[in-house]
Design a protein around this ligand. Structure first.
Ligand code: BTN
Length: 242
């Protein structure tokens, strides 16, 4: 993982570039950029990626797993990032399914994209954006997002990547061998939503629910005010209202 790194000063999006080279590239190839002109966020959003304000990179994975296991990859990445931050002494938590939170505000996001045939995965692109030095946040996100520099924490990009890839590889190999225990421990113990009332958002509708647990597939188990218990699948919806 990270043996081969394609580095760009400027690119449209490391996810777009990784998609272009995925079929001809070995698993673990990384696309890294100082700046993205068309950084992509989840649900068609833009991920503003100015030069040297953050860490923007994508990794190509080619796991031989069943399609139904694929959504867990986002959870695995969230757990690997969290483990790396904790190793650095930074108290990160995870807002299911894919936001990393520091002191109540988002500092990093994950965008996972998959290319699959009917019954098997061709490749998965895992894009990670971390706000390192960003100072000015757009009006609509400034109460919800921050950067490490804003919080008085210096993170060196290369040092972070050197620590992240071994953690990622370790949890990824365990996952492929059927062992998700460490991942699930991190997801549950560092969750910013478990044990709280949150809003489930689907097709623009907000429903108040209580976040009970994360199941072994990485899905969120919520309880409605009526007492009805529901499994919320990763990638299906997002949870707001922290
Ligand atoms: C989100 O929280 O909405 C996900 C943000 C993911 C951003 C990263 S930056 C590197 C990679 N390339 C992209 O275009 N997006 C991801």
């Amino acid at each position: 993982m990270g043996q081969r790194v394609d580095y760009f000063k400027t690119i449209d999006s490391t996810n777009i570039q990784a998609n272009k080279i995925a079929s001809q590239s070995p698993e673990g190839t990384v696309v890294l950029a100082d700046e993205q002109t068309k950084g992509k966020g989840r649900i068609g959003r833009t991920w503003v990626s100015e030069q040297n304000k953050g860490l923007y990179f994508s990794t190509i994975l080619k796991p031989d797993i069943a399609l139904m296991q694929a959504p867990f990859i986002t959870q695995l990445v969230a757990a690997s990032l969290t483990k790396t931050f904790l190793d650095l002494g930074i108290e990160i938590s995870i807002k299911w399914p894919n936001d990393l939170i520091y002191k109540g505000k988002k500092v990093a996001g994950i965008l996972t994209e998959m290319s699959a045939e009917i019954d098997h995965i061709s490749y998965i692109i895992v894009g990670i954006g971390i706000n390192l030095y960003k100072k000015d946040f757009e009006d609509e996100i400034k109460d919800k997002a921050t950067s490490f520099a804003n919080e008085g924490i210096e993170i060196d990009r290369i040092e972070f990547l050197r620590k992240f890839f071994p953690n990622f590889e370790d949890l990824y190999e365990k996952f492929k061998a059927g062992d998700k225990r460490e991942c699930l421990d991190i997801l549950r113990s560092r969750s910013a939503v478990l044990g709280r009332e949150v809003y489930k958002i689907k097709e623009g509708e907000r429903v108040k629910v209580f976040a009970r647990d994360i199941d072994d597939m990485g899905n969120l188990i919520v309880e409605h005010e009526s007492g009805q218990v529901e499994t919320v699948f990763t990638g299906e919806i997002s949870i707001r209202g922290l």
